[in-house]
Design a protein around this ligand. Structure first.
Ligand SMILES: NC(=O)c1ccc[n+]([C@@H]2O[C@H](COP(=O)([O-])OP(=O)(O)OC[C@H]3O[C@@H](n4cnc5c(N)ncnc54)[C@H](O)[C@@H]3O)[C@@H](O)[C@H]2O)c1
Length: 268
């Protein structure tokens, strides 16, 4: 059975549906318990009934331990953990790409609020570490597989998203650490690094308020993506299923880009 955190979000709701369609049983964990419950009801209407909606906070170990108890009560063990909860926040972002003479200080690195910086770091980094601690413990007897969520910003920082890039680089490093640490226990730990998908966390950076027109940054992303498009959630399905399956039995500690070529293209 699989535990998916952030399962009510754009990418992981889609990923969860794909796992269910391939026969998995899925605990649908999210801070927004009401959305998780509605999502499971919608899955059930499509005939996908092996779900358990669980309201849980990835930043609160007690809440995760409670979630684990609910999961183990229903299914007795955990085979897979997908750490989907995460994202960016405008408060962890510098509005100016670069600081020039005359750029208002508030729009630069110097205007970045500690609260916003810490929020984004904690959500992505600690919010990956704690679920691993809680749910991998339930894999110790039989082994299992973990899938973390990284980003293009892991390898090369992006302008504006100061906190997010640092946090996701931390997740990539942690993925290698945990893969090494748990390999003798038969637990594999890998990550996906999605390129650019239009979702709630980055809509404000890539699209104007009309929701259609690309911002200057949106144009830059498309120009640097050899496939000349944003990803859609289903683009992650095959990569996720592969890394979580026995087909990847000798693969651990990798972060796999799913990015339309963004990483491989220098822009020139
Ligand atoms: N969208 C992209 O282009 C993109 C690119 C690279 C990486 N990612 C990563 O993919 C993952 C999913 O992204 P998304 O765009 O679907 O995000 P999303 O905002 O649609 O979904 C995130 C989900 O996490 C939940 N969540 C937030 N805080 C939580 C907490 N404390 N405890 C439990 N759940 C919590 C939210 O309720 C939400 O349902 C994130 O880790 C994100 O950083 C996204």
């Amino acid at each position: 059975m699989c535990v998916v955190t952030g399962a009510a979000g754009v990418l992981c709701a889609s990923l969860t549906e794909d796992l269910l369609r391939h026969g998995a049983k899925v605990a649908v964990l999210d801070l927004r318990g009401d959305v998780a419950r509605k999502l499971c009801a919608a899955f059930a209407r499509k005939g996908l009934k092996d779900t358990l909606p669980v309201e849980a906070n990835v930043l609160d170990k007690a809440s995760l331990v409670e979630a684990r108890a609910a999961v183990l009560k229903k299914w007795r063990h955990v085979d897979v953990l997908v750490n989907g909860a995460g994202g960016n926040h405008p408060k962890g972002t510098c509005p100016a790409e670069q600081m020039e003479k005359g750029t208002p200080l508030a729009d630069t690195f110097f205007g970045l609020e500690q609260e916003g910086f810490e929020f984004v770091n904690r959500l992505n980094f600690v919010g990956t570490m704690l679920p691993c601690q809680v749910f991998c413990e339930a894999m110790l007897k039989k082994g299992g597989a973990v899938l973390n969520f990284c980003s293009m910003a892991c390898w090369q920082p992006m302008t504006k998203v100061a906190a997010y890039g640092a946090a996701k680089a931390g997740v990539m490093n942690f993925t290698s650490f945990l893969a090494t640490h748990l390999a003798p226990m038969g637990i594999r730990v890998n990550a996906l690094a999605p390129g650019f998908f239009i979702t709630n966390q980055n809509r404000f950076l890539l699209l104007e308020k009309d929701g259609k027109t690309l911002t200057a940054r949106g144009h830059k992303v498309i120009a640097k993506t050899p496939m000349r498009k944003f990803g859609t959630p289903s683009d992650l399905h095959g990569a996720a299923r592969f890394l979580l399956s026995d087909e990847a039995a000798f693969i651990t500690g990798v972060t796999l880009p799913v990015d339309g070529g963004f990483m491989c293209y220098s822009g020139v």
